[in-house]
Design a protein around this ligand. Structure first.
Ligand SMILES: NC(=O)c1ccc[n+]([C@@H]2O[C@H](COP(=O)([O-])OP(=O)(O)OC[C@H]3O[C@@H](n4cnc5c(N)ncnc54)[C@H](O)[C@@H]3O)[C@@H](O)[C@H]2O)c1
Ligand SMILES: O=c1ccn([C@@H]2O[C@H](COP(=O)(O)OP(=O)(O)O[C@H]3O[C@H](CO)[C@@H](O)[C@H](O)[C@H]3O)[C@@H](O)[C@H]2O)c(=O)[nH]1
Length: 433
C-alpha cells in the first residue's frame, strides 16, 4: 500500500519505518527541514533500539522517503497517518492546533478518496473535528479513522511490530477494510484488531495511559506505607502481582512516572472530564502522588545531609525518563536535579544516551561525566534516577575508590538492601528498609 505519515517524531518515524518494513511504500512528511534532511541522508534522529537497522534498510531499498512538502508527500497515498504533537495547552487540555492545521491543509490539496488516520493521542471528538477541518475545502469522499498508538519508547519497534492489540475506530466499512489489510501482518500473532467507533477509540488511549499511571501512583503510595511500616515493597509487589487479576507489570515504585505521554495524557483526561463537568477524582490524586514522589528522594537526601545541601557534590546516574531512550521529556531526574541545584548542591551526571539532550536544556548548570564511574569522583553521594542495565551490576570497588562518601540514593531499587549495608554503604531506596 502507499502510505503517508505526517510528523516524523517518535511515533511518526517508528510508524513509517515499520510500515515500510512490511512492504508498503511510505513517505514521511515533516516541517522540520533539518530533520527531514538528516533522515533523507540516513541519519536517524532518535535513539530507539532496533530502529536504525530497519530504517536504513528501507531507506536504501526505496520503500521509505522523507519530504517537507505535504502535497508531494500525500499525492499517491491511500492512507495518511497524522503523527503530530498534541502538547498540553495553557489549561492542560491537549492542544489540537497541529492536527487540525494539517487537516485543513489536507482539505486544500486532496483530490481523491483517502483514509486520514489520527495516530496522535487526541481527545474524544477530535475525529469529528478533523472531518470538519478537511471538509472546509474538500468536497470529495474521505474517511477519518482513530488509530491510537500504544508503543513504549525503548521497545517501540517490538511494540509496533507485535502489538498486544490494534485499536481501529471507524464507522466506515471501506476504511475498516483498508485498515484491516494494512494491519494484517502485525496481528498475525493472534493478537486482535479491535474495531470500534471513533470516540471509543480516542478514549481507549487516554484510559490505557491513565490506568497505567494509576497503577504506578498506587504502588508509590504502597511504597510510602512500606517505609513507614517496616514492610518491603518488593515483597508486596510480588505478592500482589502473582494474582492474574492484578498482573506483574507496571507495579514498580520509583521516583514517579515521566515521559512525553503519562503526565500530559493524565492531565488532558482530567481537563476533558472537567469540560463536561465531571470531577475525575482518582486521576487528580494520581497526579498529586506523582508530583510528590518525584521529590521523595530529595527529602531523603536532605535528611542525610542535615538539610545542608549547599556545597554538596552529588553524582547522578541516569537522566532519561526511562532506560533505552534518549528522551528527557518530563524526566523525573531533571525535576530532582532542579530542586537540588536550587538548594545549593552541584550535580555531575552520566547517562548513556541522554546527555546531549540535557546539555541543550541545562547547559553548564550541571557537569557531564564521560562514564558512570567518572561521575563519582569526589562525590558526597550517588543518586540513581534511571535503571539503565549497566547501572545494575557496577564495579563496587571502583565506586568506593571514587566516592568521597559511601552514600547511595537509589530511586529505582537496583541493589539488594542487605548486601549494600554489608558493604558499608549508606543506602536509601524506595519502599524498602
Ligand atoms: N512518544 C511516544 O512514545 C508516543 C507513543 C504513543 C502516542 N504518542 C502520541 O503521538 C503523538 C506524537 O508524539 P511524538 O512523541 O512522536 O511527537 P514528537 O514531538 O516527537 O514529533 C512530532 C513531529 O511532528 C512534526 N510536526 C509538527 N507540525 C508539523 C506539521 N504541520 N507538518 C508536519 N510535521 C509537523 C514535528 O516537527 C515533529 O517532528 C502525540 O500525540 C503523542 O501523545 C506518543
Ligand atoms: O512499573 C513502572 C513502570 C513505569 N514507570 C515509569 O512510567 C513512565 C512511563 O514508562 P513507559 O510506559 O514504559 O514509557 P512510555 O514510552 O512513556 O510509554 C507509555 O506512553 C506511551 C505514549 O502514550 C504509550 O504508547 C505506552 O503504551 C505507555 O506505556 C516512566 O517514567 C517509567 O519510569 C514506573 O515508575 N513504574
Amino acid at each position: 500500500m502507499k502510505i503517508a505519515v505526517v510528523g516524523t517524531g517518535y511515533v511518526g518515524l517508528v510508524t513509517g519505518t515499520c510500515f515500510a518494513e512490511t512492504g508498503n511504500k511510505v513517505t514521511c512528511i515533516d516541517i522540520d527541514v533539518s530533520k527531514v534532511k538528516r533522515l533523507s541522508e540516513g541519519q536517524i534522529t532518535i535513539y530507539e533500539p532496533g530502529l536504525e537497522k530497519i530504517f536504513l534498510r528501507n531507506l536504501k531499498e526505496g520503500r521509505l522517503k522523507f519530504t517537507i512538502d505535504l502535497a508531494t508527500g500525500i499525492s499517491e497515498a491511500e492512507i495518511v497517518f497524522l503523527a503530530l504533537p498534541t502538547p498540553p495547552g495553557a489549561d492542560g487540555a491537549a492542544d489540537l492546533k497541529y492536527v487540525l492545521g494539517v487537516a485543513e491543509d489536507l482539505g486544500k490539496i486532496m483530490t481523491a478518496y483517502k483514509v486520514i488516520v489520527d495516530k496522535s493521542t487526541v481527545p474524544v471528538g477530535t475525529a469529528d473535528k478533523v472531518k470538519e477541518a478537511i471538509a472546509l475545502n474538500y468536497k470529495g469522499e474521505f474517511d477519518v479513522v482513530s488509530n491510537p498508538e500504544f508503543l513504549r519508547e525503548g521497545v517501540a519497534v517490538d511494540d509496533f511490530m507485535k502489538p498486544d492489540r490494534v485499536v481501529v475506530g471507524t464507522d466506515s466499512e471501506r476504511a475498516r477494510k483498508i485498515m484491516g489489510d494494512l494491519f494484517a501482518p502485525f496481528v498475525r500473532q493472534g493478537n486482535p484488531i479491535i474495531y470500534m467507533d471513533e470516540r471509543s477509540a480516542e478514549l481507549t488511549k487516554y484510559a490505557a495511559n491513565s490506568f497505567l499511571a494509576t497503577k504506578i501512583s498506587f504502588m508509590n503510595e504502597i511504597a510510602q506505607l512500606c517505609e513507614r511500616m517496616g514492610a518491603d515493597v518488593d515483597m508486596v509487589r510480588r505478592g500482589i502481582g502473582s494474582d492474574d487479576r492484578i498482573g506483574k507489570r507496571f507495579l514498580f515504585p520509583g521516583i514517579g512516572y515521566g515521559g512525553s505521554c503519562f503526565p500530559k495524557d493524565v492531565q488532558a483526561l482530567i481537563r476533558s472530564a472537567e469540560e463536561i463537568s465531571y470531577d475525575f477524582k482518582i486521576l487528580k490524586a494520581v497526579e498529586q502522588v506523582n508530583a510528590h514522589q518525584k521529590l521523595h528522594m530529595v527529602e531523603k537526601i536532605e535528611q542525610y545531609f542535615d538539610h545542608q545541601l549547599k556545597g554538596k557534590k552529588l553524582a547522578c546516574w541516569g537522566l532519561a525518563f526511562k532506560p533505552n531512550t534518549d528522551d528527557i521529556r518530563e524526566a523525573p531526574a531533571l525535576e530532582m536535579i532542579r530542586v537540588l541545584l536550587e538548594k545549593g548542591a552541584s550535580v555531575t551526571a552520566f547517562d548513556p544516551e541522554a546527555m546531549s539532550n540535557v546539555k541543550q536544556l541545562l547547559g553548564d548548570q550541571i557537569q557531564y561525566a564521560n562514564s558512570q564511574y567518572d561521575a563519582l569522583n569526589e562525590a558526597d553521594a550517588l543518586i540513581i534516577a534511571t535503571e539503565w542495565s549497566e547501572f545494575r551490576t557496577p564495579d563496587f570497588e571502583m565506586m568506593e575508590a571514587r566516592l568521597k562518601s559511601k552514600a547511595i540514593f537509589d530511586g529505582r531499587n537496583l541493589f539488594d538492601v542487605k548486601q549494600m549495608k554489608n558493604m558499608g554503604y549508606y543506602y536509601e531506596s524506595i519502599g524498602r528498609k
